[in-house]
Write a protein that binds this ligand. Structure first.
Ligand code: FAD
Length: 375
């Protein structure tokens, strides 16, 4: 990777495409600060929560996992980290570029010109993706960006708290209260919220809106058509490749889209900036294959994807580490069609990548626009 490319800032890259970017909309100071519950600490929820706090509101952000990040996820292994969810992101909107520029040192450019397009037999069909759009990664793992953005939220971020129900506040029917369950099944009730903002995948949003969308029939109707495809992901490590005079095993490219019926994407994790040097690959199965094998045991999926990996890359060595993980909701196929949803009467909103698409940037913009709408 050239140092020149690495030094190029996301804001600069976006500005090159948007010669006259619109000035970012500044949050107004609220006449009356309100208390918002934001559910889900992926990039959408964190962008939303931070914007509300910057505008002077009180926020409690609930996350069922132990850390923020959502589908911008990293898995730690004895051989180094893997990005088990989002692999990289692109920056097209000046608001996203500006937010990244205000977070120096976390994101770096990952050589886009090494992304290949492969045919079903693993042969290179196109030397590089047609677009020269820069690919960015957070370091040391994709979760690092959301973790950094969540830092200023401090105790407002409640992790290990899966929201199980939204209901009218027992003491004030004009407000909401939330029931949560922890990993040990501990139950809590948090009350006094003026509004509730859902930044969770659609299955969780549907469940929280209640049977027949009883909390907001309008929102339930708008999210009913949304479809998201699952994705089986395989992470493999080959420490044996890191021997003197042997930089890595197999192909010379670092990432590829593939038309193999099982595999849609492959990436050499060790080629990303700020990663450990041990040879590691992440494979994402195609949406159709993932759907077809959704209920298969991880060991069976691992064996099938390893075989596909060998067919595509020519690497037949047995990995020292192999781990298959399943995302039930990975990539949006039918989005909502608007950046976010807000039911002012019910005081419930919805954000997430699936409002407009399936990219990290769309998730950020969705969380931001929901916050700006309710401020
Ligand atoms: C395998 C895979 C590969 C991808 N590759 C790319 C890529 O290369 N480039 C790209 O731009 N995008 C990619 N994406 C998409 C990208 O990851 C998403 O667009 C983005 O991370 C979505 O952010 P979000 O905040 O909308 O949702 P999420 O990241 O899903 O965040 C939702 C959060 O809500 C939490 N939650 C859910 N239910 C509850 C509940 N009841 N109570 C409390 N918390 C709850 C979840 O734990 C999660 O943290 C990929 C996704 C996957 C899965």
């Amino acid at each position: 990777m050239s140092t020149r490319a690495t030094a190029r800032k996301p804001a600069k890259a976006a500005a090159d495409r948007h010669r006259t970017p619109p000035a970012p909309k500044q949050p107004k100071q609220p006449a009356q600060p309100r208390h918002f519950a934001v559910i889900g600490a992926g990039i959408a929820g964190v962008a939303c929560a931070r914007t509300l706090v910057q505008a002077g509101h009180k926020v409690t952000l609930f996350e069922r996992n132990d850390a923020p990040g959502g589908r911008m996820a990293s898995v730690d292994t004895a051989f180094g980290r893997f990005d088990s969810g989002a692999q990289y992101f692109t920056v097209r909107d000046p608001r996203f570029a500006l937010a990244l520029e205000n977070t120096p040192g976390v994101c770096k450019r990952w050589s886009a010109n090494l992304v290949r397009v492969l045919d079903a037999h693993g042969r290179v069909a196109e030397a590089a993706l047609p677009s020269l759009e820069p690919h960015w990664v957070a370091q040391p793992g994709m979760d690092s960006l959301v973790a950094r953005w969540a830092e200023p939220l401090g105790d407002s971020l409640v992790t290990g708290a899966r929201v199980t129900q939204i209901e009218p506040d027992a003491l004030d029917a004009k407000r909401w209260q939330l029931r949560t369950a922890g990993a040990d099944d501990s139950q809590h009730v948090y009350s006094g919220f003026d509004a509730v903002l859902l930044a969770v995948p659609p299955s969780a949003a549907r469940a929280l809106l209640g049977d027949g969308g009883k909390l907001s029939a309008t929102l339930a109707r708008k999210i009913a058509p949304v479809r998201i495809a699952p994705c089986w992901t395989l992470m493999i490590a080959y420490p044996q490749a890191n021997q003197p005079n042997m930089s890595h095993l197999g192909p010379q490219w670092n990432a590829a889209r593939s038309t193999h019926h099982r595999v849609a994407w492959l990436a050499r994790e060790s080629s990303k900036p700020g990663r450990e040097p041990v040879e590691r690959w992440t494979l994402q199965a195609s949406a159709a294959w993932s759907e077809e094998h959704l209920r298969d045991a991880p060991s069976r999926v691992e064996a099938k994807l390893l075989r596909a990996f060998a067919e595509i890359t020519g690497i037949y060595a047995t990995p020292a580490h192999a781990q298959a993980t399943r995302w039930d909701e990975a990539q949006t196929q039918v989005p909502v069609g608007t950046t976010h949803l807000w039911d002012a009467k019910a005081r419930i909103g919805v954000a997430g990548d699936w409002c407009t698409g399936h990219r990290v940037e769309e998730a950020f913009l969705s969380g931001l626009s929901l916050a700006l709408d309710v401020i």
